[in-house]
Design a protein around this ligand. Sequence first.
Ligand code: ADP
Ligand code: ZN
Ligand code: ZN
Length: 804
Amino acid sequence: MLIAEVYVEVPVQQINKPFDYLIPVKWQDVVCPGMRVSVPFGPRKLLGFVTKIKTHSELKQLKEIESVLDLDPVLNEELLQLGKWMAAETVCLTIAAYQAMLPAALKGKYQKTVIVAPGKQIQDCSADVQALFGDKTRLNYEEVLASEAVKEIQTEISNGHLELVRHVGSKGSVRTEKVLRILKSHAELETILQETKKGATKQRELLEFLCAGPTEISFNALKAEIAATLNTVKILADRGIVELVEVEQYRDPFSAKSFNQSKHMQLTPLQARVFKQIETAALAERNETFLLYGVTGSGKTEVYLQSIDVVRQEGKQAIMLVPEISLTPQMVTRFKGRFGDDVAVLHSGLSKGEKYDEWRRIHRGEVSVVVGARSAIFAPFKQIGIIIIDEEHEGTYKQEDTPRYHTRNVAIKRAEHHRCPVVMGSATPSLESFARAKKSVYTLLTLGERINQRALPTVSVVDMREELRNGNRSMFSTELAVKIEERLVRKEQIVLLLNRRGYSSFVMCRDCGIVVECPNCDVSLTYHSAGQNLKCHYCGFESTVPTTCPSCQSDHIRFFGTGTQKVEEEMSKRFPNARVVRMDVDTTRKKGAHEKLLQQVESGQADILLGTQMIAKGLDFPNITLVGVLSADTSLHIADFRASEKTFQLLTQVSGRAGRHELEGEVVIQTYTPEHYSIELAALQNYDLFYEREMTVRRQTAFSPYYFMTLMTVSHVDRMTAMDAIHSVAQRVKATLGETSFLFGPTPSPIAKVNNRYRFQCLIKYRQEPNLLTVLSEINEDFGLNSAKTGVFLSIDMNPNMMM
Ligand code: ADP
Ligand code: ZN
Ligand code: ZN
């Protein structure tokens, strides 16, 4: 008897151990680790992941696996282990880690069929399987599972002849196209053409085309070439000359565009030195972590591209991670241009079905490069040759929901397994990574110059208090206004950054100053211009925009946008002839909008690109010669120990957009606190000084990278219950902490109520607490087991990015 260990997704109880289930005899040699199964659990049927097959169980009365959801494991052995590791490191359930590794489409309900794999033919399969298919193009999964041939089908799936396809939603269903396969040789076709009646003009036309044509062509492509009809094709099919087959078509979200092929550039000596080190590590299969510290425009991306090519030549795969917002069309174009169809792209703009398709291409081994945001780190590659994390300092690499993993740590873990290098690149590395590079935990690689020794842009800082004293109340300083005029005259382009963190719009009463808040949460509602309504991003509450103030009944109640709209208005007065493209959450909400707006800048239809944080990254336009920062300080005044670091990074990044090519660049930073070191040093573009300065602050205030942090948050609908719970958590943790660690709190969370649940938190700061993970996971388990009864939720965040 074979027994499967299964991690089960129990909705209310958080149990973090596998359960044993009997494998029914008919599936004895079918079920294997990494597959999902449906199992009975109490009165319910639940989804579970098989992690192990064994012959013994401690338990006597075992239930049987009810159904098998995959014939091809969705997780391989490496990812199964990685999930367990992640669960331990981030204190979450193993099953939650597994779910996070799969595309969202696989979590929902969908139909399954077995089809002939793209590029394969049914003739590739065994005779039994061929017989099972008969003249069908696909088999119903349930029938396959019940049939005698299930093992054989599975074998054909694992050797790539067949594929198990999940039909994801209506948009997610598999698309097929009609393809003509020519069954005769060119010589035979010539003869057939001779023998075809002169009057059959359509047949003759098609035959003539085929005589000189390919052996396979899609019907659509054929129609583009000659005026063939389906009828004519069918006549030839009846004559046994061609066959017409349905072939699956991947939804390629980028197929509408063609990508210009790009070749490797001749590396500069600096680039070559850096590249050599990465190449050596990759070829030696050395698990080495590099920090590539290179100023903006120093050619980091070219180094990435060539490093990836090294491992491709070795038959291995590459993961290229970029922050979501810098996953711009420009970035995608650079990768598609170099590696063509060998690239899968994963980002949040894709539909579930599109993401699933990209995942399948990776799963089936059809691509060797994936470019994607955070979750692409789980790409199911079998032989990873390199992992690259661009803009490694970005906060989005940390996932804020369970499992709260940091992509960097997962990357390093996977690289250990695959014995391959990790390259983390940035012009403004996170303090954590730079500190590790200084201690030689990571290997530091430096690109200190821009390509062709192009100068970094000159930066001037304008004191806006001074402007105000001189009677300038506008949001443009005299200097910035003059420089904008100059550029407009010279037909050069300008980037204007409005520095707003959290950049959502809210509705406020101008008379009493009240902001419309969510009734369930302690946060303001976000205005959505598309539906002209208000939404809560924490609980989903929606309402219409009030016409009068709920507090003072004034009708001066307005929505306050990111501010970009206001700037745009002022600009149209100051610079009436300037063509402005505005990019913020409101103008980019629609799919493809981001891309369209950038296209306008690229093609020169716009003079000024005005936007929030999202314009600071990745853009590489030759004609941009001026960058203006309208308000440098706004990101300094938020309650976040990384506020200075984030401000410095933002200013440096956005400055880097100017003068990247032939034309020289200039930057104007407007601020009310010109003396603040993050602004001063960003103006000097001196990361090293900033690093020293900020490290001193972190040491004095006992923050990361000097200390690790863990945030524990408890929530409950009743305030007192939540308070009691956080006190008990605090007590248990305190009892185990060493002398050099601190516990802060308990205190109410900065957002004290979400979805009508009161929230309290405490924070641990520590340098070394070898037992902490064990203690936390015990506490987590106790809470999880009782959460159905008590209604108390506990969340644990190791090294949190946000303290909300
Ligand atoms: P980074 O990623 O460091 O910001 P990029 O890779 O975008 O820098 O390079 C900046 C510019 O320099 C790009 O336009 C790129 O095409 C160009 N470039 C990069 N490497 C070379 C090279 N070896 N020779 C010529 N141009 C290069
Ligand atoms: Zn009011
Ligand atoms: Zn809410």
